[in-house]
Design a protein around this ligand. Structure first.
Ligand code: SF4
Length: 134
């Protein structure tokens, strides 16, 4: 089983209410080989929602780096909760691979969910890395 970012599978879960379709990822889900998940929605954030910035220089999972909206709303807790929910599901299904959307504050290489899943020993690739290997 593979876990994929839900927006890659055509789910409109991005902050702007849209998706970022990867036809190859959709194919995996359609064949029953992948589960689509959105850490930000699992963290309790609504869709659409404000885009966010991660304050640089520290590490959010240690609680020392904040995730803020442009208006200064602190949504760090939602990002940590969402990453932990994806981790729980990963521990249940023990995926052979996790494919996450690049350049996202949750799913991107420096994102909260990506870092947590790597730290816990799962194999995680961006959709771009994965597509290059196909
Ligand atoms: S958190 Fe991940 S799955 Fe959800 S919209 Fe952002 S990139 Fe897609």
């Amino acid at each position: 089983m593979i876990i994929v970012s839900a927006c890659l599978a055509g789910i409109n879960c991005r902050y702007d209410g849209k998706s970022k379709i990867s036809p190859r990822v959709i194919e995996l889900v359609a064949k029953g080989e992948a589960i689509p998940l959105c850490p930000e929605q699992l963290g309790g954030l609504s869709t659409p929602r404000e885009p966010v910035n991660i304050q640089s220089g520290t590490y959010v999972l240690a609680g020392t780096e904040k995730v803020l909206t442009p208006k200064g709303e602190d949504v760090t807790i939602n990002f940590i909760q969402g990453a932990n929910e994806v981790l729980k599901i990963a521990e249940l299904v023990n995926p052979s691979l996790i494919i996450l959307k690049s350049k996202s504050p949750s799913c991107g290489k420096t994102g909260v969910a990506f870092k947590l899943l790597c730290e816990k020993g799962f194999e995680v690739l961006s959709e771009l890395e994965w597509e290059e290997k196909q």
